[in-house]
Structure formats: C-alpha cells, structure tokens
Design a protein around this ligand. Structure first.
Ligand code: DNO
Ligand code: MN
Length: 391
C-alpha cells in the first residue's frame, strides 16, 4: 500500500512538509478552485504537481473530478459537462496521473450532523438520522419529506425539534447545505430546493442509467490515458432527502462493475462509508472486489443504531483493519504475480479525530493533522507487521 494524505492545496492549513513528517509519501488532491463542468488545464495541473514534488512527495490520486448535477440528473448541460470531464482526464493523463476518484451522490456529497462529537480520543464526526430528519422535515420543510422516514424516526425527530435551539438548526443547515471538505457545492435553501425539483422524477433506475451512460463516455477515455477510476461510495450509504443513492451495498458494486467491464472502471473502497451500514460485510466485500480496488480510504465507524454512527479510532469500531489490510496485501501479491508494476494501492487514513493538543485548530472537519497522523501510524503498524510475518 502506498501511504497517502489528502491535501486541499495551497490553502490547506497543513503544509506539505508536515504531511511528509506524518509518514505519507503520496498526496491526494484536486484542483478545487476549478468549478465542476470546467476542464482542468495543463498549466494548473503542472503547477499543483510541481508544488507536491518540490516537497518530496508524489501526486498519487486525484480526488475528485466533480461530477455535476447536470451529469447525474441528465439535464441540458450534460454533453458539455461530460466533455469537460473527459478533457480533464486527458490532461491528467498527459501529466502522468494514473488514479482518479469521483462520486455519484445526487445534490449533496458526504454528510454528517455533528462535527465535534466528544470521544475520549478527541472530537469526532457523527451522523444521526433523527437530527437529519428533524432538519429535513421541520426546519427545511421539504414537501412530503415525512414519507421518507420510518414512523419511529419521524416521531423522535419531532420531539427533538421541539426543544432544538435555533443555533443548532442553523448549524445543521450549515453542515448539510454548505457542504463538508472536498464537496464541490455550497447551496442556500432556494438553490437546494430548485435542485430537488431537477431530480424530481429520478428513482434508482434513472440514476443508475445516468451512471451507466457516464461510464460509457468516460471509461474508454480513462483506458486510453492510462487512468484507473475509483468511485467513492455514498456517505452515508442510504438515501437522503428522498434522493436515490446507488453505490451503497455489495450488490450496488456488482451492478456498477458489470455496467462497464474494464480495469479502469474501479472502486475507491472507503471502509468507513460502506461500514456505516450494518448489513455490509466488509471482509467479504474487500475480498470479492479486490481486483477492482484502485484506491483505499481506511476509516472506522461505530454504529449506535441504524442510521446513527460516529467515526471511531482507526483501530476501534466495526471494521477489522487487520483482516482488511491482509486482503489488500494478498491482492498486491496477486498483481505482482501478474507482472504488474502498479502494485502499491494508494491508501489514505480517510479522516481523523481532532485531538486537544493538535496545533492546527482550523483544519477542515475530519481532516485534522494529529488525528490523521495517529491513524496513519496505527495503520502503518498493521501493514508493517503483516508484511513482516508473511515473508
Ligand atoms: C468520506 C470522505 C469524503 C470523500 C468525498 C468524495 O468518506 O472520504 O471526504 O472523500 O465525499 O470523494
Ligand atoms: Mn471516504
């Protein structure tokens, strides 16, 4: 595995020199300054690559090229935005990049309801479907939102809303509609409600049809340019705002890989995202899909109830990082036996807790310095040990 670290570019409060000290050799980044639907140009890519290499690191993975709502909802700008995505792939290929992450979640990207949930190991991110429903049904007052929740969730949400301070309502809106780090949007209520109308008639089948048509366009270009794609799963892995999510389960992965059979049509295996559903068997999934895993996010969660989970320490929570790492080392051996040279699969400690002693207080939520450093160190220990005993 190649140890990587997400870096948000020159505006990231964590400098590359500190990333290097944390033990990463590869950087995961994107040109976040370029909005979705605009092709990245060679000069901007070269500039970012130069910065990373000057710090003694390698730009290992592009996370992400944004997939616009026009692509997902198949509106008039579809052709324009798909062509821009393909042009970006070509430019990245010219720069020698080989791994690109993206996601296909409608309207919102990854979502939480708490950004500073206190644990003994620091402040964690958490998702609670009751808070989410309270926001959706009673604050946002989305039409027919009540139909999208179970009766018990709705009753709890109503009770919670009744005593919810205004500051908390505003905080929920800020977290959910303004987006978390790496998300390519910031909506206000009016814009968000307009977008919901755009997706009005889309169910699972229609969204899957959009993804299939997208893959048919972009995968051949990825192949021609020596690029492997890795789709990031839905986070959380269930529908939000009544919108379908189609990259959440083992069977979803099967459908998506069958939609276009190519090594370039691969996965970002995010342990934390898939792990947020109790019915996802992570060990089985990682072994079943290992040949198509092009990028790894190692993160652990504890599920308190269906739809309620928090980000735990990397070696706590429901995922067994030892057996997951062993599965990846097996896959890397298999690739080596095939004579491949691209055998170190890039892995990043997806998020980390915010520790009391972390000098970087204004890091992006989840993207702390010390918490990720600690996660990477713990994971490195596992990989080091497993590698030693396998020899
Ligand atoms: C969640 C995180 C996110 C993710 C983006 C998509 O699991 O990894 O920051 O990277 O939602 O790439
Ligand atoms: Mn992830």
């Amino acid at each position: 595995m190649e140890k990587t670290w997400r870096w948000f570019g020159p505006k990231d409060p964590i400098p590359l020199a500190h990333v290097r000290e944390a033990g990463a050799t590869g950087i995961v980044t994107a040109l976040h300054q370029i909005p979705g639907g605009t092709a990245w140009d060679d000069a901007a890519i070269a500039e970012r690559k130069g910065l990373i290499e000057a710090a003694g690191l390698r730009w290992s993975v592009v996370e992400s090229i944004p997939v616009t709502n026009a692509i997902k909802a198949r509106t008039d700008e579809w052709r324009h935005d798909v062509d821009a995505w393909k042009d970006t792939l070509r430019a990245l290929g010219r720069a020698g990049m080989d791994t690109v992450c993206y996601n296909f979640m409608p309207i919102v990207d990854w979502t939480r309801t708490d950004l500073a949930w206190p644990l003994k190991s620091g402040l964690a991110l958490r998702f609670d479907i009751v808070d989410f429903a309270a926001y959706d049904v009673f604050v946002l007052q989305r039409d027919d939102a009540g139909d999208d929740y179970e009766a018990a969730t709705l009753a709890d949400a109503e009770a919670r809303f009744a005593t919810m301070p205004d500051a908390r309502k505003e905080e929920l809106e800020r977290i959910i509609l303004a987006g978390l780090p790496g998300s390519d949007f910031a909506y206000d209520r009016a814009k968000f409600l307009d977008l919901l109308k755009v997706y009005d008639r889309m169910g699972r089948d229609e969204l899957l049809q959009s993804l299939t048509e997208f893959l048919e366009e972009v995968v051949p270009v990825a192949e021609e340019n020596g690029i492997r794609l890795g789709i990031h799963p839905d986070d959380p892995p269930f529908p939000l705002f009544g919108l379908p999510r189609i990259v959440s389960t083992e069977s979803d992965i099967g459908t998506l890989l069958d939609a276009y059979d190519s090594p370039s049509n691969g996965l970002t295996f995010c342990v934390g995202s898939y792990g947020s559903r109790g019915d996802n068997d992570l060990n089985e999934m990682i072994r079943a899909f290992a040949p198509r895993i092009n990028f790894l996010h190692f993160r652990n969660v504890t599920i308190d109830a269906p739809g309620v989970f928090y980000e735990d320490e990397h070696l706590a929570g429901r995922a067994d990082m030892v057996s997951l790492s062993a599965a990846i080392l097996d896959e890397e051996d298999r690739r080596r036996e095939e004579g491949r040279t691209d055998t170190a699969i890039p892995m990043r400690p997806d998020h980390g807790h915010l520790l009391a002693g972390d000098p970087v207080r204004n890091a992006n939520p989840g993207y702390s310095y010390v918490g990720r450093l600690k996660g990477l160190a713990e994971l490195s220990g596992i990989i080091h040990t497993l590698t030693a005993i396998r020899q």
